[in-house]
Design a protein around this ligand. Structure first.
Ligand SMILES: [Zn+2]
Ligand SMILES: [Zn+2]
Length: 174
């Protein structure tokens, strides 16, 4: 949603929107699917800008990096920013340094009064995607030979012991 911050009128502006993101848009190898993003937002005017709050709620499906099983979860991140405006007169190297520092503190420096919520939501959803998703901490993965899911129990490959090892086992027993 695009919001004209200079035309809000009320000191508090709240809205709700649903954003549809495509998995491609999020550029994550293990992301299978992402549901509609339910987004509730509020903007409160401050003396120099706004406080922006976003509460997101959506479902994501990732594939486990070991067993390729699907992991579905509901994610409900919350984020807030301080929105400040960069006036046209401000500029030069000193000012750039200051604004970078402020970004670290969750300050969104804007040069126009037009706020697009979509990139903020996309960024937050990206942050919620684990680098190497696992269905469980000790996921046993797939057998490298037959491809069966070892979480379901050992596959037949394990029973086939190398004949040389079998011979050694026989020796140690005797
Ligand atoms: Zn797994
Ligand atoms: Zn196997």
């Amino acid at each position: 949603m695009e919001i004209r911050l200079d035309q809000l009128g009320e000191p508090r502006f709240i809205w709700r929107e649903t954003l549809e993101l495509a998995p491609d848009e999020l550029a994550h190898d293990d992301l299978l699917d992402i549901g509609p993003i339910d987004c509730r937002g509020s903007l409160d005017a401050t003396h120099s800008g706004f406080v922006l709050r976003l509460s997101l709620r959506y479902e994501q499906a990732l594939s486990c990096v070991r067993c390729l099983g699907e992991i579905r979860s509901e994610v409900r991140p919350e984020l807030d920013f301080l929105i400040e405006f960069q006036s046209a007169e401000e500029g030069g190297e000193m000012e750039e340094e200051v604004s970078l520092e402020r970004e670290d503190l969750g300050v969104l420096m804007m040069s126009t009064p037009l706020l697009d919520t979509r990139p903020l939501v996309v960024e937050q959803v990206q942050l919620g995607l684990p680098m190497k998703p696992l269905c469980k901490k000790d996921c046993a993965g797939l057998c490298g030979r037959c491809g069966s899911d070892l979480n379901q129990g050992p596959c037949d490959c394990e029973a086939e012991v190398d004949p040389r090892w079998a011979a050694l086992k026989g020796l140690s027993k005797g």
